[in-house]
Design a protein around this ligand. Structure first.
Ligand code: NAP
Length: 251
């Protein structure tokens, strides 16, 4: 299996894409730490699903934007698994708010979770890997919105554009320490985050017109790209981007 012997943290793994990644990782033999912040019942269900696949698993509640909580999560992972080989920065939030109505608090929260979170988790992870002279992999979950402008996303889109720069700069700085960093950009994927689009017959057809494959993707269709970039099958790939978007962004 692709991830035999690997130990993985998936942030925001209680629902949606993160949940699918956690399960796909476990199917490939990885020990998985499932992170969540508020949906404890859903996270417990993911824990049970992962454990049923016969791999080691743990659950940890932490806000990825809070240093004390992130440090505690990595402490728990080291105690539970003896270390971590792969970090999947999946946790993210999106709200749709016109520029003129956006509050400082809304801007700050999206920025804290989507931009500071991956930076903070990567820093804590990298410090530990470097201290132990161990190789590792980081996969960030970006978005097609890093490059596609839509109304109401002046807070969200910059965090995803920023993740492109974060991926490039982490990849550049950490290559000497044998830590690879790559990014997967989902398009329209059917999760709680996109429920408002999927359930809206006025909006959905418009959105689908912009997708050559003319359908939304499922979380399980994003996970294989993440597994590949976390695994040794991508051992000479760093600083790269994979779009999982039905052709929405074709460059
Ligand atoms: P989702 O269904 O809304 O799930 C979000 C996940 O992030 C949940 O597990 C949530 O935990 C977790 N989370 C939120 N804030 C957190 C925090 N402060 N600390 C730790 N965990 C936190 O979202 P999704 O659609 O699966 O999206 C996953 C990632 O893909 C995000 O980065 C998103 O921006 C990106 N993305 C999604 C789409 C799409 O179409 N769905 C498209 C492009 C990019 P709780 O359940 O505990 O709240």
């Amino acid at each position: 299996m692709q991830l035999d012997g690997k130990r993985v943290i998936v942030t925001g793994a209680s629902r949606g894409i993160g949940r699918a990644i956690a399960i796909a990782m476990a199917k490939e033999g990885a020990a998985v730490l499932i992170n969540y912040v508020s949906h404890g019942t859903e996270a417990q269900e993911v824990l049970r699903e992962v454990q049923a696949l016969g791999v080691a698993a743990a659950l940890f509640q932490a806000d990825v934007s809070r240093r004390d909580q992130v440090e505690a999560m990595f402490d728990a992972a080291w105690n539970e698994f003896g270390g971590i080989d792969c970090l999947i920065n999946n946790a993210g939030i999106e709200t749709i708010v016109p520029l003129t109505e956006l509050t400082d608090e809304q801007w700050q929260r999206v920025s804290d979770v989507n931009a500071r979170g991956p930076w903070l988790c990567s820093q804590v992870f990298a410090r530990r890997l470097i201290a132990e002279a161990r190789a590792g992999a980081i996969v960030n979950l970006g978005s097609v919105q890093a490059g596609v402008a839509l109304p109401g996303r002046t807070h969200y889109a910059p965090t995803k554009r920023g993740l492109e720069a974060l991926t490039a700069n982490l990849a550049c700085e950490l290559a000497q320490h044998r830590v690879r960093v790559n990014c997967v950009h989902p398009g329209l994927i059917e999760t709680d985050m996109t429920q408002w689009v999927m359930a809206n017959p006025d909006i959905l057809p418009q959105v689908l017109k912009g997708i050559p494959m003319a359908r939304a993707g499922q979380p399980a269709e994003v996970a294989p790209a993440v597994v590949f970039l976390a695994s040794d099958a991508s051992s000479y790939i760093t600083g790269q981007h994979i779009y999982v978007d039905g052709g929405m962004v074709i460059v």
